[in-house]
Design a protein around this ligand. Structure first.
Ligand code: SF4
Length: 309
């Protein structure tokens, strides 16, 4: 039984594999249609150009070598035994299916790799790629991570995502039809978005039937267009207590079936703001503390009056 007041993904992994399972981030050299000119060239306003969440990954090394390097570190640090290959930066389904198959198979052939997590955009899932992912969903412990970010069209335009909410909703539906588990990324604190709109997102995820969610605090990263807006005073970052309260409100409205795979972001060395988020464990402890103070858990308020976007 978890001590968490939410459905923590780490607990699910322990139940399935009988031990802690470590994710190793891999950069397989993909690009993104919002960067290569297919959809756009400038990318999302918060993206540093090396792909979201790319720091610390050795782009250029073969996938198997990246995984072996990652394993060595995890074994040394945590005596880790089992690992999941996490294809993280850029759009990791943005290639012909035969290329994707070769890359995913290279990862699964590495000893002690017990599953795959593949991050992508909703507009990088043509039917042939979905067919391929269906195979992996049957063959291994497989999750697709989808950058939904927000259901608010105004926000998606401001972020220069290059797709609307309908693309995300359709992608989730196509995956559900095929038995592919989907974890959606959502960013809280996006410019111009109201607290009610952010909380409405929880109900929308329930309706979509997603299997997991990663909540990210909006991070302003060096060298991004968002950083320029921040310096001009056009964008404000959330305060820590506001974020903690919002995450708790969000979890209370979220279906308890949905696994929680992240509750804040990793800013790393290029973080401009908010700097309080660097103390990640303090933020996570504050979320646990606030849920305990309220005496509530994930899903306790799924029947609360719904906000709309
Ligand atoms: S979709 Fe991801 S990789 Fe592409 S521009 Fe946006 S954040 Fe960057």
């Amino acid at each position: 039984m978890s001590i968490k007041r939410y459905n923590a993904f780490s607990d699910e992994l322990k139940q399935v594999f009988g031990c802690r399972v470590h994710r190793i981030s891999v950069d397989a050299g993909f690009t993104c249609p919002n960067r290569d000119g297919t959809v756009g060239s400038d990318g999302c306003i918060y993206c540093g150009g090396a792909g979201s969440g790319s720091f610390g990954i050795a782009r250029g090394l073969p996938v198997a070598a990246q995984l072996e390097d990652g394993k060595e570190v995890m074994v040394r640090k945590y005596k880790a035994k089992k690992f999941i290959a996490y294809f993280q930066p850029y759009s990791n389904t943005y290639a012909p299916p035969e290329e994707l198959r070769a890359i995913y198979d290279e990862a699964l052939a590495v000893p002690d790799i017990v599953g795959l997590i593949v991050g992508t955009r909703p507009d990088c899932l043509p039917p042939a790629v979905l067919d391929l992912l269906t195979e992996y969903a049957r063959r291994t412990w497989f999750w697709l991570e989808l950058g939904l970010q927000s259901p608010v069209e105004r926000t998606l335009r401001l972020m220069n995502r290059g797709h609307g909410f309908a693309a995300s909703a359709e992608a989730v539906e196509r995956c559900r039809e095929r038995g592919i588990r989907v974890c959606t990324h959502v960013i809280l604190g996006l410019p111009g978005e109201t607290r009610e709109e952010m909380l409405a997102t929880a109900g929308i995820l329930n309706d979509l039937g997603v299997d997991g969610v990663k909540l990210h605090l909006l991070h302003v990263m060096k060298g991004t267009r968002l950083a320029g807006m921040y310096e001009q005073g056009e964008v404000k970052c959330m305060e820590r207590d506001d974020y903690v309260g919002l995450v708790c409100d969000f979890l209370e409205r979220l279906n308890p079936r949905i696994s929680i795979q992240r509750l804040t972001g990793d800013g790393g060395r290029d973080l401009v703001a908010p700097l309080w988020s660097l103390a990640k464990f303090e933020v996570l402890n504050a979320i646990d503390g606030e849920l305990a103070r309220r005496g509530t858990r994930q899903g306790d308020k799924t029947d609360a009056p719904r906000f709309t976007v």
